[in-house]
Design a protein around this ligand. Structure first.
Ligand code: TRP
Length: 456
């Protein structure tokens, strides 16, 4: 290893096994982005055409960015802020770390609200409310619930509580144990749902919609949406991958781990598409339902579907688990920061950050109803947090991460870290392509979407 290798901090918690690392990373990536956002974006942007552009973005832009976060995290063995401070020589790069922590905090605030909705829907599914006799009016049930005051707040707090309880237990005993058990369960549930959906009479059209491209509905803004979704789904740009990577031992092959995480996340998104779209088509519903797709359209389908009550349970349990394993990765960004930079104990860090998140998440929840008139630039608080974090902070975070690795770290150090000090050699051609992408191609594309996002 090169002499620039920073010393690792003693007593730092870390992951225990390669499988644990992969599943924790995948748990962070697979979330509402896959089960909720990806299917409705596919529906709004012309099906297979969107998926193809999404895959191109994932392979050529996002996979290299993910590798950059792995490099920064593992090399520094520090939280997002500390990582840039350690590797960047205590200069302005610290701002990049701060942006990441802020982005994670903003995302967690509105993410917990939707996480809370998923708990409520999961409980409703246990009560067999999504069956023909369940007495649900999908649209009004959803609207009445989310625009209310106390019920959505209580579910949001319940979601935050679950997140906090797992994080208090630490990296090995909390995050790793939990995700290692739950991700395989999630995978099985989703596959069962996809098979059920794809074998419905009339499902063929939905399958064709997912896999047969029609570029006539695809626009420039669809391309931006595809890249933005790829960022969000892979948890890039707000220090989550970076923070998890800081708990990865030196002997681990981070290059293949990043690639596998990307592949699994994409697989989950496609399986979610296969679980949802064929059923949507089989029931003659138009695919472009927007954000209401899983909370309004799907309940309507479950009510008609033979054994739909069971499908509803499988789906909403999956949604909750996927949201939870992502939320813990967001919270850990903030917790690692508080532990290492503010010298707090883990439990105290969780208590302090939770009290802030409770306030922010409650505001996001109320902005759906009682506070819906509070607006900045036509956006309510929930949408503002979503916009600022997804379109601005995350994109800046990702840009700074690639610029940092591509232009601040030396080529030798990058290769050293990526190959784990030569333990897992990387083919020269592959490294050359990677180096070109992170130095030039990725920054240009990211600046492009930043500009397009700010203009549009
Ligand atoms: N990737 C998760 C999802 O698809 C959400 C998420 C977790 C996230 N950590 C993140 C998004 C960091 C952006 C950045 O739902």
């Amino acid at each position: 290893m090169s002499s620039n290798q920073p010393k690792s901090s003693a007593n730092r918690d870390s992951f225990a096994s390669s499988l644990g690392i992969l599943l924790a990373m995948t748990g962070s990536a697979v979330g509402l982005g896959n089960l909720w956002r990806f299917p409705y974006l596919v529906g709004e942007n012309g099906g297979a055409a969107f998926i193809i552009v999404y895959l191109v973005c994932v392979i050529f832009i996002c996979m290299p960015i993910m590798a950059c976060e792995f490099i920064i995290g593992r090399r520094s063995q520090a939280n997002a802020f500390g990582a840039y401070k350690k590797l960047g020589g205590n200069k302005g790069w610290k701002v990049a770390g701060l942006l990441s922590v802020l982005a994670a905090a903003f995302i967690l605030s509105f993410y917990s609200v939707v996480g809370g909705w998923s708990i409520r829907y999961m409980l409703m599914s246990f009560g067999l409310r999504f069956t023909s006799g369940g007495g649900i009016q999908p649209e009004s049930t959803f609207n009445t619930f989310v625009t209310g005051t106390w019920p959505p707040i209580l579910y949001t707090l319940a979601f935050l509580l679950c997140t906090g309880v797992i994080i208090v237990a630490g990296v090995k005993n909390g995050i790793e144990k939990f995700t290692k058990t739950l991700m395989p369960v999630l995978f099985v549930l989703m596959v069962i749902l996809a098979v059920r959906s794809m074998t419905l009479p009339g499902a063929g059209e939905g399958v064709r919609y997912l896999f047969k491209p029609d570029f006539s509905k695809f626009t420039a803004s669809s391309a931006i949406a595809a890249l933005g979704q790829a960022f969000f789904s892979l948890s890039l740009g707000c220090g989550t991958i970076l923070t998890y990577a800081s708990y990865v031992p030196r002997s681990e092959n981070i290059f293949t781990c990043g690639a596998k995480t990307t592949i699994l996340d994409t697989l989950f998104a496609l399986i979610a598409g296969c679980a949802i779209m064929p059923a949507v088509f089989a029931y003659g519903i138009s695919p472009g339902q927007g954000p209401g797709l899983v909370f309004v359209t799907l309940p309507a389908i479950f009510a008609e579907l033979p054994a739909g009550g069971i499908a509803a349970i499988l789906f909403f349990v999956s949604l909750f688990l996927a949201a939870l394993t992502s939320a813990i990765s967001l919270l850990e960004v903030v917790i690692a920061f508080l532990i290492e930079e503010c010298k707090m104990r883990r439990a105290a860090a969780v208590a302090v950050s939770m009290s802030v998140f409770v306030v922010l998440a409650v505001l996001c929840s109320l902005s759906q109803g009682p506070l819906s008139h509070v607006k900045l630039f036509t956006l309510n608080i929930f949408d503002l947090f979503d916009y600022v974090s997804s379109n601005v902070l995350m994109t800046f975070g990702a840009l700074l991460a690639v610029l940092f690795v591509g232009h601040k770290l030396s080529r030798a150090d990058i290769l050293d870290e990526l190959s784990s000090g030569g333990l897992h050699p990387i083919p020269a051609g592959l490294f050359k392509t990677f180096y070109f992408i992170i130095r030039w191609a990725a920054p240009v594309v990211i600046i492009g979407i930043l500009v397009a996002g700010l203009l549009g």
